[in-house]
Design a protein around this ligand. Structure first.
Ligand SMILES: *[C@@H]1O[C@H](CO)[C@@H](O)[C@H](O)[C@H]1NC(C)=O
Ligand SMILES: *[C@@H]1O[C@H](CO)[C@@H](O)[C@H](O)[C@H]1NC(C)=O
Ligand SMILES: *[C@@H]1O[C@H](CO)[C@@H](O)[C@H](O)[C@H]1NC(C)=O
Ligand SMILES: *[C@@H]1O[C@H](CO)[C@@H](O)[C@H](O)[C@H]1NC(C)=O
Ligand SMILES: *[C@@H]1O[C@H](CO)[C@@H](O)[C@H](O)[C@H]1NC(C)=O
Ligand SMILES: *[C@@H]1O[C@H](CO)[C@@H](O)[C@H](O)[C@H]1NC(C)=O
Ligand SMILES: *[C@@H]1O[C@H](CO)[C@@H](O)[C@H](O)[C@H]1NC(C)=O
Ligand SMILES: *[C@@H]1O[C@H](CO)[C@@H](O)[C@H](O)[C@H]1NC(C)=O
Ligand SMILES: *[C@@H]1O[C@H](CO)[C@@H](O)[C@H](O)[C@H]1NC(C)=O
Length: 845
């Protein structure tokens, strides 16, 4: 009870103090997230190697926190999806695959992304570099997903110089470089990493400090470019690494080094703008390096096992650090478990943004307290992936790792990328570069000893014990990943109960996972069809740019529908217009009949207007119930008399809807129907579902045989074939075929139909009967004014059956109680508050 009252008290207290939102707002920290693509564990120097010196990155690491157990999904798209949503890719259908640029799918528009949260909290939000979360429709692209600006590319990678993407040797090539939504041709010829660093610095330099900054820089480097020239770097940069023999690794070193230069420039820029003290910088690798195979970049995850796109640590345990003067700890190596999905709740917490908690332990968790103190608990489980195609699983719980199955038939299961002795600079040279005046380390007072100590702590030591071999394609393996980080000793036989426990977890997560959103490739994406560019090829021509969530949601829906329609290309038109959830007759004129010996009329087709709300007063009347109150003209009316006799006038108006979501109106009065606006941008406005002639139908003979057969109820009704033919005939709709159709464009202007003569809504009479149109319109607006707002509420993740023993249940009962209690507690709190104030004032005298 008292516990619940505390937050209210605190809120009131703050309000009384006049503190509150506005001052807190200005103190929100700037967030800078820098992501390197396919960077190996051993391709930065803070893990101990002197081969590729990264002095600026290392300076942040030594002056901040080295995140030595930072786990990431083993591939680009899943990793980025997880950062953006704070969820595990398996729980949002983003596991297993990357988005190939001609595949029409992306991160679900129902997900709320990190930049959306930060933008709502007053941040300026920018993305520089790679997106790779879908672009087949514009609604999927960064500036429609919460980023104020984007400069970079939308697909998996590009050429470092001309910024074109060719997915493989035989496929098409196209430019993939944009400033916001516009194709960028000017940058052609500038090295991509420099381009992105320049943009990040420009954004910081021009940032208006009245708002906090949220900047995500997702580098191309050191991912490969296209297959014709995979490893690219400026010649002068490559020349700095002449001590590396392998020309590929030498180029990789130059690619990484250029990222490092950028990190230094970004830091200096924040310093220059006096933003540094209030900034959090997060640097991490999106997944391990691919030493071999697809997009191999000669990166090294050594001594970790495996590489990108595998179940092993080399894929999922990525280089990472966080630096901020707001963190009390610095110069430490953290061995706490972190997952990339944790950053949304964690940075959200640091920025004072409420991020709804996740239901599943493999989703993001707020780790701010883990970062600020070495003792607190933090995460205990990390799901790497339960891959459906390769059918491997990789999962960590309380320091135990479960691996069953593997990728590429085990081709990456080894310890890859061991560096050659000698091909590196000395430790002394390394230290000199770290504290050299052009490095940001120069101002950080990093002593030789501190650096030595931190590097030693950050290095992975493989256990020397001779281990039991793991054959993941034959049977599941178990590793003690804390003592055996290199996955050399399979302990499955020694700890069968732990193996089983982890296996049960994995199967549970797999079962609850969302199916992959991946779609097969679509040849219409070909850049040759789009002036040589990769672009949103499924964006309908002339459609308006969506500006908020609803429209975005609805454009996914639209693409789904279009896909469907193309599939069943039966859109050509004839019968009763249109369909469910539309203003048209196909949505609102429904099949219906009433049967009773109590009705004097029978075997008739009634053309009288009836609305479903009429049944309560009508059946109530038939049952002699007097107490049913009468409603307005669009509410239910007693139609018992209408049913009894053809000559009685019944209902004259039917209000179909004044829809708030799509803004359409559909209304009928005395046989005239008014339509303004429509649903789903009009994709249901055609005449749908025409049946093919003759095929797939019973013959008339067959129909009568069934209808009049004694074994059906028709057999006892003494129906003659002739009567049946007559009734059927008058119940069959006839479109006004002989009249010239006049098209209705309900999104452009209101339409009017005579639905008695033209039940198929083919002839728009709006221009011919403007007075009638106006009359119906004014009715509609009148009804609209008295309408109550819709009761629908946004969805609530707490209803998830996973939280309620897998049932759908009344998940809000307990919360309702709390809500009922709230005002009462507020009064109590206010009373205490006033009392306190009085005491304070009284003491002051
Ligand atoms: C190259 O890309 C095209 C288009 O996505 C695809 O159809 C083809 O199978 C790919 N070829 C290879 C060898 O991967
Ligand atoms: C980049 O510029 C070069 C030289 O001007 C030109 O040949 C090439 O087509 C351009 N590439 C793209 C992708 O626009
Ligand atoms: C920064 O933004 C504030 C508030 O929007 C505005 O008053 C101020 O002029 C801006 N400063 C600059 C330098 O644009
Ligand atoms: C940042 O904070 C430090 C100490 O907290 C202070 O010495 C320094 O002047 C501050 N720098 C800026 C630019 O505000
Ligand atoms: C291990 O993975 C294989 C597929 O690679 C699967 O058939 C098997 O059921 C898995 N074993 C367990 C115990 O889950
Ligand atoms: C088509 O591409 C060329 C460069 O290849 C560019 O100059 C031109 O503006 C593009 N045209 C359109 C309509 O985008
Ligand atoms: C038709 O509907 C649109 C919104 O869908 C509305 O803005 C417009 O005012 C309506 N027109 C009339 C004449 O009511
Ligand atoms: C009536 O229906 C039954 C069951 O469907 C069927 O066996 C029988 O042949 C039918 N009789 C006629 C006359 O169609
Ligand atoms: C939870 O669900 C299982 C069936 O899945 C059922 O047997 C059990 O009784 C349920 N537990 C509770 C507390 O409702």
């Amino acid at each position: 009870m008292m516990k619940r009252a505390v937050p209210y008290l605190v809120t009131l207290w703050l309000l009384w103090l006049g503190g509150g939102a506005s001052t807190a707002h200005q103190e929100r920290p700037n967030i800078v997230i820098i992501v390197a693509d396919d960077l190996g564990w051993n391709d930065v120097s803070f893990h101990g190697s002197n081969q590729i010196p990264t002095p600026n990155i290392d300076a942040l690491a030594y002056d901040g926190i080295i995140l030595n157990r930072h786990y990431v999904p083993p591939l680009c798209t899943p990793s980025r999806a997880s950062l953006m949503t704070g969820k595990h890719p398996m729980n949002i259908g983003m596991q297993d695959h990357v988005i190939i640029s001609d595949e029409p799918w992306g991160l679900g528009l129902d997900q709320k992304l990190m930049p959306q949260y930060f933008r709502e909290a007053g941040y300026r939000t920018h993305l520089v570099g790679k997106w790779h979360l879908g672009f087949f429709r514009r609604a999927y692209t960064p500036t429609y997903r919460g980023f104020d600006s984007h400069f970079g590319y939308l697909g998996p990678y590009i050429d470092y110089w001309d910024h074109s993407l060719q997915m493989n040797e035989t496929s098409a090539r196209g430019l993939d470089m944009r400033r916001n939504t516009a194709v960028n041709y000017d940058a052609n010829g500038t090295y991509a990493t420099d381009l992105f660093n320049d943009e990040a610095v420009r954004l910081i330099d021009s940032h208006n400090r009245s708002k906090p900054l949220f900047l995500v820089l997702t580098h191309l480097a050191p991912h490969t470019g296209n297959e014709d020239d995979p490893l690219q770097a400026p010649a002068d940069e490559i020349a700095k690494f002449d001590y590396i023999q392998d020309p590929k690794r030498r180029t990789l070193a130059a690619m990484v080094s250029r990222i490092d230069t950028g990190v230094g420039r970004i830091y200096r820029s924040l310093e220059r703008r006096r933003m540094l003290n209030n900034t959090i910088i997060l640097f991490y690798a999106d997944n391990g390096a691919p030493t071999l195979g697809i997009h191999a970049n000669s990166g090294s995850n050594y001594p970790l096992r495996g590489q990108k796109e595998s179940p092993w640590e080399g894929a999922v345990r990525g280089a990472a650090l966080i630096w901020s003067r707001l963190l009390p700890r610095k110069g430490v190596v953290s061995n706490q478990w972190l997952h990339v999905s944790d950053w949304l709740p964690t940075l959200g917490h640091a920025a004072g943004i409420r991020i709804p908690p996740n239901a599943s332990p493999i989703d993001g968790q707020n780790q701010w307290s883990t970062l600020t103190s070495s003792s607190s608990g933090g995460r205990t489980v990390v799901m790497n992936n339960a891959h459906n195609e390769f059918t491997y699983s990789s999962y960590i719980k309380r320091g135990w790792k479960y691996v069953n199955g593997t990728s590429f038939k085990g081709a990456y299961d080894r310890w890859l990328g061991q560096l050659k002795d000698g091909e590196q600079i000395s430790h002394e040279d390394y230290y000199k570069r770290l504290i050299a005046s052009q490095s940001i380390g120069s101002a950080m007072q990093l002593t030789r000893d501190d650096v030595k100590r931190l590097r030693a702590k950050a290095m992975v030591e493989c256990s020397s014990a001779q281990g039991t071999v793991c054959e993941p394609l034959k049977r599941p393996c178990l590793f003690n990943i804390v003592e055996d980080p290199c996955e050399r000793n399979n302990q499955a036989n020694a700890y069968p109960h732990i193996l089983r426990e982890l296996e049960t977890d994995v199967n549970g997560y797999r079962k609850r996972s969302v199916p992959s959103r991946q779609q097969p490739s679509d040849s219409r994406a070909d850049p040759a069809r789009h002036n040589g560019t990769w672009t949103w090829w499924l964006e309908g021509l002339g459609t308006q740019s969506p500006t908020h969530n609803l429209q975005q949601l609805f454009s996914t829906f639209q693409s789904f529908m279009e896909y469907f329609m193309a599939l069943f290309a039966k859109v050509e038109a004839k019968l009763l217009a249109k369909q469910k959830y539309s203003p048209w007759e196909g949505a609102v004129r429904g099949a219906a009949l009433i049967w009773s010996p109590l009705l004097p009329r029978k075997r008739v087709v009634s053309e009288q207007w009836i609305h479903v709300s009429d049944w309560l007063p009508t059946l109530g009347h038939a049952a002699g119930i007097q107490s049913i109150p009468a409603g307005g003209p669009i509410d239910g009316q007693n139609q018992w008399l209408t049913l009894q006799s053809a000559s009685v006038d019944g209902r004259t108006v039917v209000m179909h809807n004044v829809d708030r979501r799509y803004g359409y109106r559909s209304y009928m009065k005395q046989g005239w129907k008014y339509i303004n606006g429509t649903t789903a941008r009009g994709i249901y406005d055609g005449w749908l579902g025409q049946l093919s002639d003759q095929e797939d139908q019973l013959s008339e003979e067959g129909y009568f045989a069934q209808l009049l057969n004694d074994s059906f109820i028709g057999g006892s009704m003494l129906l003659s074939e002739e009567q049946v033919r007559e009734v059927r005939q008058s119940a069959t709709l006839r479109c006004a075929e002989d009249v010239q159709a006049i098209p209705c464009e309900p999104l452009v202007k209101p339409c009017l139909f005579n639905v008695v003569e033209d039940p198929c809504e083919r002839v728009n009479l709006a221009d011919e009967y403007p007075e009638m149109l106006k009359d119906l319109q004014s009715d509609v607006e009148r009804f609209k004014r008295t309408a109550l707002p819709p009761r629908n509420q946004p969805s609530d993740s707490r209803s998830d059956p996973a939280l309620h023993n897998y049932t759908w249940t009344w998940w809000q009962d307990e919360m309702d109680e709390q809500q009922h209690m709230a005002p009462y507690i507020l009064y109590l709190a206010a009373a205490i508050e006033i009392l306190l104030i009085l005491i304070v004032l009284w003491c002051g005298h």
